[in-house]
Design a protein around this ligand. Sequence first.
Ligand code: GAR
Length: 188
Amino acid sequence: MKKRVAIFASGEGSNFEKIADNKDLKDKIKIEILVCDNKDAPVIQKAEIRNIPTYVFSSKDFDSKEDYEREILKKVHNLDYIFLAGYMRIISPYFLENYKNTIINIHPSLLPKYKGKNAIEKAYNANEKEIGVSIHYVNEEVDGGDIIAQKSIEVSQSDTLEYVTEKIHKIEHELYPYVILKLIKEEL
Ligand code: GAR
């Protein structure tokens, strides 16, 4: 039976796309819904053209995080996994309580280094010789939680930030579907 999952995203949706289009995942997962907190995000159209239902909200329309998370919880009822793919909001303990150890995030750094926004740029500007991608369980800290997988690349002095960024995204696009498949087959 297919695992029922949701993807949460805030922006471009390139990771969303790679998960949704992955051939090996097609008969393993059903993306029940895309949850997006930004009505202008390109990821919304990527879901629509694939006939994946969307729930788009604006945090400004709610009095508190608990209020909008309560609304999200109504849309993501009883799912097997939630995959965060560039979802730029912290998940509260209230929400996590409902989805213990089943929310996974991808972050473009070798955690615990460079949590938060602009992680690739931060690592690059710090002259790191090795930078990478982490996939981890989500807990109440920003980009915190147990690490499931990491992959890195070496950075040489002549590499530009643009080049490194592109390479990191390429790793993300391969690693996230691969890790999801492994998780679902209980090989991780
Ligand atoms: C990805 O690089 C992802 O790792 C990052 O946002 C980007 C989303 O790209 N996530 C974080 O920084 C989480 N702290 P996408 O919308 O094209 O998938």
